[in-house]
Design a protein around this ligand. Sequence first.
Ligand code: UD1
Ligand code: UDP
Length: 369
Amino acid sequence: MKLASIIGTRPQFVKAASLSRFLKIFSDSSMKNRIRVKEIIIHTGQHYEEKMTEPFFREMNIPNPDYYLNVRLSSPIKQIARIMIKIEELLVYEKPDFVLIYGDTNSSIAGSLAAVKQNIPIAHIEAGLRSYDRSMPEEINRIVIDSVSTLFFCPTVTSVENLKREGITRNVFLVGDIMWEAFQNYQDQAKHTSRIIEQLKINGKAYLLCTIHRASNTDQLENLKNIMIGLTRSKEPIILPLHPRTKKMIERNQRLRKYMGENIQVIEPVGYFDMLVLEQNAKKIITDSGGVQKEAYFQKVPCITLRENTEWVETVEQGVNRLVGVDPVKIIEAIHQFQPNEFQFDHSLFGDGHTSAKIVEILGNRMNQ
Ligand code: UD1
Ligand code: UDP
């Protein structure tokens, strides 16, 4: 069975790492007598800076990509189109049995359109997620990808129900969350190898961790300004590993700096292991990231989400994630008062941590049909 994994952004490296890791164990085990699996990795180059890529491949031992497409953003459509053209050529040449699409990025939508036009079955990992907010580029990507996918690997019960509401019920598999698997695989290793707490000279549970990169929060300056106003009023220090997108916006709009208080410590984006350790030691996490919302939950750290909605609704329903949008008053209120208790974190919501094994087994059965 030949699989083509299409990746290009930081969260996709984390997701694909789990699958590649499982395939390595699989190919070393007796199970390989049943089916031989070859994975080729296509890295679109959507994220390209060393700090956004290298630590992920190194720490999680992700095999070097077989193909690197080097397609950076000029406009979303140009990026999607260029990736599609390059992937089409590769798919014609490689003829994989399945194309694996992770999540909802421009790399994901481009990969899925290239695959469907070649009649290659698409396995969508993280299928069925919806924020029901069509102003989010990712929401459009999710809808398009799910409308052309063959196999739907859903992380949560909610995502299965979302697909059902759209009339998609065949080949839908509740396999759990692949980032939960990654978390379980790497959390201990991260704790033992990361020195980030010492490097930043911070104390556990005495700081807040923040990430910001959603298009709506960075491209609309008023929103970024309001977030900064809210964060600046925190009494606790805030560690802010700054996404390149947000960094560019702040650099281009110097007046934003005056809204950033001295309590905000801006650092470069960190690798996955450092991030896990920063999350674990944070008193609270403030984010607009999908992946970081989930990781806050895995870490049992209260999460304050800088959005009006989320596709990870379970975390909100459990009472451990509060949606505050970009309202400075709501942000500061949550920083001061939001305090869920430990028992509200029910990890079974994200599966049993064996998502990759389930995916590979289902794909294998499909091959043998
Ligand atoms: C993308 C995904 C988003 C995901 C995020 C993960 C889309 C539509 N968005 O958003 O769903 O949550 O990745 O982090 O696919 N840039 C750099 N250096 C880099 C990477 C990006 O400078 O290594 C710059 C780009 O040139 C661009 C901006 O950051 O100007 C945004 O990059 P892009 O990949 O389009 O979107 P993200 O915000 O990273
Ligand atoms: N992450 C990281 N370093 C950072 C910020 C995030 O390693 O400086 C990891 C984080 O732990 C999670 C993933 O990147 O595993 C989430 O990616 P991101 O927030 O960029 O995208 P999203 O999940 O919103 O698509």
